[in-house]
Write a protein that binds this ligand. Structure first.
Ligand code: MF3
Ligand code: CO
Length: 264
């Protein structure tokens, strides 16, 4: 499958899908409390998705059983919500969510601290987020994909963090996972040349310790091999003729100049 170029109509639907997902993340963050279960988070998230008339992208995707991937502390991604896995003060919790709106997917992840968290956890979350914005600077027509990968890996690596290599970002559109794969570290191939109308899910997964990960017996949950903390940050991005358009930010995130220039 080649990389798809979205038509103006498809782009409009991807924008809508992105805005809805940005709101789901914003609202779900407000619900997080110590003592709730990871399944509570999934249930609330799924209800929010459906309240917008959307379907959760992940539910039953290749057998994944939930709508929200909830990954706590050393869990990197694809944590399975569980009724007796309770989140606690001091935890860091990554929420990865996809929605299908009128046949088009958006995909985004955020990592949140629960109550007071350690300074090192706070820095990990912030720098993981910033690594996305370092990469997205190169999400421009005419550039080659490897520039995004290199920028993310270089920034995150500069703190001594382990950049996860076994999982990647991806193209996105009428399918959750489209071409191309988007690694978060330096590549020896240039990869595709970016063109307006491409939509990419860029998603650094960064460990405080080593980059190595392993899969639990549930065949989904990915954890750090050294049990160090891990953070995840992801947005769906549209390549345009000019600045990249990040589709899964709320208006207030954009106004606050998250990762970019302040709007005046
Ligand atoms: N953002 C993740 C990804 O792109 C979410 C997939 S979870 C799955 O791989 F359950 F749907 F696989
Ligand atoms: Co993704």
């Amino acid at each position: 499958m080649p990389v798809t170029i979205k038509t103006p109509h498809e782009i409009e639907l991807m924008r809508e899908a992105g805005k809805i997902l940005a709101r789901v993340h914003e609202n779900l963050e407000k619900e997080l409390r110590p003592g709730m279960s990871t399944l509570d988070i999934d249930r609330i998230g799924e209800e929010m998705i459906r309240s917008y008339g959307c379907e959760p992208s992940f539910k039953n995707y290749q057998g994944y059983p939930a709508s929200v991937c909830v990954s706590v502390n050393e869990e990197v991604v694809h944590g399975i919500p569980h009724p007796h896995h309770y989140i606690q003060e001091g935890d860091i919790v990554s929420l990865d969510i996809g929605v299908i709106h009128k046949g088009y997917h958006s995909d985004a992840a955020r990592t949140h601290g629960i109550g007071e968290i350690s300074r090192e956890a706070e820095l990990l979350i912030e720098r993981t987020r910033q690594s996305f914005f370092e990469g997205v600077k190169y999400a421009r027509a005419g550039r080659y994909l490897h520039r995004i990968s290199r920028a993310i890996g270089k920034y995150a690596g500069s703190f001594g963090y382990g950049v996860v290599r076994d999982l990647c970002g991806h193209g996105i559109g009428s399918e959750l996972h489209e071409e191309p794969e988007i690694p978060n570290f330096r590549q020896f191939r240039w990869g595709v040349r970016l063109r307006p109308g491409m939509t990419l899910a860029i998603e650094p997964m960064i460990n405080i310790g080593l980059p190595d990960v392993l899969w639990l017996d549930d065949e989904w949950t990915v954890i750090t091999e050294d049990m160090s903390l891990s953070a995840h940050y992801e947005n769906t991005v549209l390549i345009t003729k000019g600045e990249p358009e990040i589709l899964t930010l709320t208006d207030s995130e954009i106004a606050a100049g998250i990762g970019g220039k302040k709007k005046r």
